[in-house]
Write a protein that binds this ligand. Structure first.
Ligand code: KIV
Ligand code: ZN
Length: 504
């Protein structure tokens, strides 16, 4: 069996997505989950980009034992020095340096020429090699780089000491045959020595997994992926899709180190921490990925699973015999379900979540996994300075005025206000806003709601609604999120959640 290395970039390419930013503690939690999942390399960040990213790479390096910790840089000496410093505590470390190689990048980004770009690439690899033995080089926009020139770049960086060469389809432009042929061309025309080629595909045309697989079939031995395929624009290749494609096709004689039964819990954990819902029909981890709804399919599956199922849901950690949680479920059942979802809680946290679980179960018959993830993540709201104490709205048809009364707690002081609006949400937010403008340093006219998304989690009118909000304050965007069975409350809390990020 050939080994395929899994390079996870959820914490770098994935975390670049607006609204998906994690704090260092959350990143450590994700890194530990990725370690338990069995990834070979964790790309932990781009240290020179911000002190927060630097610190996260330092702390992840301390917290994780088995996977290689990788830090991204441009082909710039300062970036490389900062990355080497951030990786100080990593047991196994890698610097990922690179430069754009397509004509688009050479001309428009660098105003340079092909030979000069090779010189800069070689210089960066040699410089990085002074600090770290394991160096990965990325040829940015390799997808649109002429193969002959790309082979010259790859040969030069391998000679300079690169251990892995990444061939990113940065813009998600390639067709699977084209990307496969690119990898084949490089394998046939470059003396790789002990170095390997890596795929790094984007999903702009929906072909990231197909392109990565074609790369593997033509000789790449590392794939760069993210959990749930999150990433810039349409996203990156998703880990779960490539890993399960490899596992399902034994004839390929390729194996990965992934413990596939941990895929589902890690997927849920990422979705919940990053407030990034998973589309229901997403391959492997979507809510409907194993749900057979047509009569013919149900009949077949009941006779024999293999009629319509190519993967046993248990292989990806979906426990289809899961006990349905209701108001009568005990703490042990709740704790067990949280563990399946990748959430470890101590006794105190469990008591807190259990209380909120019972409150929700009173309003909603069956509690779904998504509900639990929200309940488990909700306590972070407690540390916020501004909190919603109460909210009462009047709304309806036939000339009824939409009016909201709110009570707000600002660092322990209580305030209230009333306001009207064109609907209950507008009235509630306007009342909240009045309190904030009158009692903090924030001024009216400096803040605007830019995006507002309400989403039901499951089905049914008793469902929990999630609200995502983008609020602009003095030219900066802040993200707010909340979930509640009452969407007016969820909207007011999401707004407060965003405001808490800039209010002094
Ligand atoms: O898509 C890309 O080209 C990248 C590189 C920085 C590796 O993410
Ligand atoms: Zn990328």
């Amino acid at each position: 069996m050939d080994k395929l290395f899994i390079f996870d970039t959820t914490l770098r390419d994935g975390e670049q997505v607006p609204g998906c930013q994690l704090n260092t503690i959350e990143k450590i939690e994700v890194a530990k989950a990725l370690e338990a999942l069995g990834v070979d390399v964790i790309e932990a960040g781009f240290p020179v980009s911000s002190p927060g990213d630097f610190n996260s790479v330092v702390e992840i390096s301390k917290a994780v034992t088995w996977p290689t910790i990788c830090a991204l840089t441009r082909a710039v000496e300062k970036d490389i020095e900062v990355a080497a410093e951030a990786l100080k505590y990593a047991k196994k470390k890698r610097i990922h340096t690179g430069i754009g190689t397509s004509e688009y990048h050479i001309k428009h980004k660098f105003n340079s020429n092909q030979d000069e770009i090779i010189e800069r690439a070689v210089k960066a690899v040699k410089y990085a090699k002074r600090f770290v033995e394991d160096i990965e080089f990325y040829a940015e926009d390799a997808g649109r780089t002429d193969n002959e020139y790309l082979a010259r770049v790859v040969q030069a960086v391998v000679k300079a000491g690169a251990t892995v060469v990444n061939i990113p389809d940065t813009t998600g432009y390639c067709l699977p045959t084209e990307y496969g042929a690119k990898i084949k061309y490089l394998i046939e025309n470059v003396d790789m020595g002990n170095a390997i080629l890596s795929t790094h595909c984007h999903q702009d045309l929906g072909m990231a997994t197909a392109n990565s697989m074609m790369g593997v079939l033509n000789g790449a031995r590392q794939v760069e992926v993210t959990i749930n395929g999150i990433g810039e624009r349409a996203g990156n290749t998703s880990l779960e899709e490539v890993v399960m494609a490899i596992k399902s096709h034994k004839e390929l004689n390729i194996e990965t180190n992934i413990n596939t039964q941990k895929i589902y819990p890690v997927s849920r954990m990422i979705s919940s921490l990053m407030n990034m819902p998973i589309q229901p029909n997403k391959a492997i981890v979507g809510r409907n990925a194993f749900a057979h709804s047509s009569g013919i399919h149900q009949d077949g599956v009941l006779k024999n699973l293999s009629t319509y199922e190519i993967i046993d849901p248990k292989d990806v950690g979906i426990d289809d015999n899961a006990i349905v949680l209701t108001a009568r479920s005990g703490r042990a059942a709740l704790k067990n379900r949280l563990n399946i979802l990748g959430i470890e809680v101590d006794d105190e946290e469990l008591t807190d979540i259990y209380q909120r679980f019972l409150d929700l179960a009173d309003k909603k018959k069956d509690i779904a996994d998504e509900d639990l993830l929200i309940l488990a993540g909700k306590e972070t709201n407690n540390i916020h300075r501004i909190k919603l104490d109460y909210l009462q709205v009047t709304s309806g048809t036939g000339g009824v005025r939409r009016v909201a009364n709110v009570g707000i707690d600002i660092a322990g002081d209580k305030f209230d206000a009333a306001s009207s609006g064109n609907g209950p949400v507008d009235a509630a937010i306007s009342a909240v806003w009045q309190v904030i403008c009158n009692n903090t340093t924030v001024k009216d006219g400096e803040t605007e709601i830019k995006e507002f998304l309400i989403q039901a989690i499951n089905k049914g009118s008793n469902d929990v609604g999630k609200v995502h909000m983008q609020v602009e304050h003095r030219g900066q965007i802040y993200y707010g999120f909340a979930a509640h069975t009452d969407i007016v409350v969820a909207s007011a809390e999401a707004f407060i959640n965003a405001v808490n990020k800039f209010v002094k």
